[in-house]
Design a protein around this ligand. Structure first.
Ligand SMILES: Cc1ncc(C[n+]2csc(CCOP(=O)(O)OP(=O)(O)O)c2C)c(N)n1
Length: 603
């Protein structure tokens, strides 16, 4: 008997859980069941509690199965938003984010979000519908096939860890198991499972999804390497530990602190590494690079040895690898631990590399460091405190400024006061990302969520949805520019539909401000970067847009209104947009970015 008739019976008596369907249908091992139901049941068994996506005719078999399951489906208004939400969910939960998309335009819409997750090493499984397999070569509706038949999955090849097209329903269980295994082992990242729609609706023998992803021990560091690294660090006069996003994602911060404190070594970090030690920790130097802190750049540049962990020593954090600003390697001796062998030795001569998980490596190093001679660097903590104080004194008055439109620092100040320490701050790109990374204080690792590698404008509005779904009891606030918010405003409707009470703080400077500032600096114009109509500033009433969606919308009219507005928004437990007029000022740039040497102005 085909499963469709039993499914119709179930629908008539109200939604049944997939488990119930499995129990009823699984009694006879020889019986077949529709693949989509078995797939969803497998996802439930593997801990999937939410899927983000957007419908299409290729995936409604999956939607029907989801409707009968315990898995929540968050339906967005744009696949990019769904991908960012899945990304935010993965970062805040530690589990893979799951994205379900239609073929062709659905899959291409999601591309930016999936690529953003890939560049930030975020585990994700993308399940995409595709054209019916038996139309292969006939170029059916919505297929991508201009240079190769049935070619949509190749669009994901440059950034996915693996792209699978399922050509036979019998392969589906094995491929899905591989996708869950691969997305989270080694360097995490997205895996695509591309499924012709007839395969979702095909029969599979009951019990076909038997294999679960294997438990895998983290790759670790061998004892000789531990001794070698500890010796270099302990003997170094000016050694620095440099922490990347791998330290946060592998939950290695306690071991990092133990290592740094045992050997009295200061810690600098990348954008993704912010939160590796709590802000205010006496050994914490802060972020390096173009938008870094002078003390972090200076101590890294003058270090005799650097232990880099879970970082790819990326351009922005390394001041475009210019030896005058952040790192001067050699003469600095670089020791580098990363889960991905390809990251070691790429941009700097590396004295010693270790391919290992950051957590297990730091745990081994921290334990070996206990009892070692505590390096006497009496002036170190004072030097760090003085360096940090000197830098922040540059805008001390801005943090309390009553200016309207507001100074961005005042927005940060109000945000820090209103959002609990364990609340999440999700940024986008622009002043928000760079300013928060440089000046905002976090004490709990993982509470800063930001797009780094691809630096996608439009990340923040959607990512915050996934963060809140993952951690519903904790505050989730997106701090984003007006450019970013207006690129993905449909998030408000999604938050209302799915009851996701997040707050978007829109830093409204009526411009793609960061790029406007750059163009102004080099060319004396902001052409193409300002929001204008007929030559006059054009501004959108974002608060009214929120209200039109049924959400709360608050327009700030004076600096003093922001603090109370934030507190009310968090207490309301309703999706809220707070629109904050803001002066367009650049984030301070103590480091260097090579692009500034490229621009040439002609007649
Ligand atoms: C999708 C995408 N398009 C373009 C850019 C280039 N870009 C970087 S910052 C920025 C401006 C962002 O404007 P807004 O969100 O208003 O923030 P602000 O710079 O004003 O703080 C742009 C367009 C990008 N990073 N991502």
């Amino acid at each position: 008997m085909s499963n469709s008739s039993s499914h119709k019976q179930k629908s008539a008596t109200g939604p049944a859980s997939v488990e119930t369907l499995a129990a009823e249908n699984g009694r006879d091992a020889a019986e077949a069941r529709i693949a989509a139901y078995q797939l969803v049941e497998y996802l439930e068994r593997n801990g999937v509690d939410v899927i983000f996506g957007l419908c299409g005719h290729t995936i409604i078999a999956m939607l029907d199965a989801l409707a009968k399951s315990r898995i929540r489906f968050v339906s967005t208004r744009h696949e990019q938003v769904a991908a960012h939400a899945a990304d935010g969910y993965a970062r805040a939960s530690g589990k893979p984010g799951i994205l379900l998309t239609h073929l062709g335009p659905g899959l291409t819409n999601a591309t930016t979000g999936v690529a953003n997750a890939a560049l930030d090493s975020v585990p994700m499984v993308v399940i995409a519908g595709d054209i019916p397999s038996y139309y292969y070569g006939r170029h059916p509706h919505q297929e991508v096939n201009l240079h190769k038949d049935a070619d949509q999955f190749d669009i994901y090849r440059p950034f996915c860890k693996r792209v699978y097209r399922v050509d036979r329903v019998a392969d589906l269980p094995r491929i899905v198991e591989r996708a869950f295994h691969l997305c989270k082992t080694g360097r995490p990242g997205p895996v695509l499972v591309d499924v012709p729609m007839d395969i979702f609706s095909a029969d599979l023998p009951v019990g076909s999804f038997q294999k679960d992803p294997p438990p895998v021990a983290a790759s670790t560091i061998d004892p000789a390497a531990v001794v070698r690294i500890i010796d270099v660090l302990a003997q170094g006069e000016t050694a620095v530990i440099y922490a990347g996003g791998g330290v946060i994602s592998s939950r290695a911060t306690t071991h990092l602190a133990a290592l740094a404190e045992a050997l009295e070594i200061p810690v600098a970090h990348t954008l993704m590494g912010k939160g590796c030690l709590p802000d205010g920790h006496p050994l914490l130097l802060g972020q390096t690079g173009f938008w870094g802190l002078p003390i972090a750049n200076d101590m890294c540049r003058n270090a005799d040895a650097i232990l880099a962990v879970g970082t790819r020593l990326a351009e922005a954090n390394s001041s475009s690898w210019n030896t005058d600003f952040t790192f001067d390697i050699p003469p600095t001796r670089l020791l580098h631990i990363d889960i991905d062998a390809a990251e070691i030795g790429r941009n700097y001569p590396t004295e010693f590399g270790v391919v290992a998980d950051a957590r297990s490596a730091l745990a081994a190093l921290a334990s070996a460091a206990q009892g070692r001679q505590h390096r006497n660097r009496p002036a170190l903590r004072q030097k760090i405190a003085d360096g940090l104080a000197a830098f922040s004194s540059n805008w001390k008055s801005e943090w309390d400024s009553d200016q309207f439109p507001l100074r961005p620092e005042r927005i940060l100040g109000e945000l820090r006061k209103a959002v609990p320490e364990d609340g999440f701050i999700v940024t986008d790109v622009g002043w928000n990302k760079n300013g928060v990374a440089q000046q905002f204080r976090f004490t709990i690792p993982g509470t800063f969520i930001t797009p780094s590698g691809l630096a996608t404008m439009g990340f923040g509005p959607g990512a915050v949805l996934g963060v809140k779904v993952a951690q519903p009891k904790r505050a989730a606030v997106a701090l984003i520019g007006d450019g970013a918010f207006s690129s993905n405003m449909s998030v408000v409707a999604t938050a209302m539909e799915s009851n996701i009470p997040v707050v978007w703080v829109v830093m409204d400077n009526s411009a793609y401000g960061t790029i406007a500032g750059l163009e102004e600096m080099h060319y004396g114009t902001s052409f193409g970067c300002l929001f204008e109509s007929n030559g006059k500033p054009y501004s959108v009433d974002y608060a009214a847009v929120a209200r039109a969606c049924g959400a709360r919308g608050v327009a700030i009219k004076a600096a003093s209104e922001l603090g109370p507005a934030l507190s009310e928004a968090l207490a309301s437990n309703l999706p809220t947009v707070i629109q904050v007029p803001m002066e367009n000022v650049p984030t301070p740039t103590p480091g260097y970015w090579n692009i500034n040497d490229i621009y040439r102005k002609g007649e």
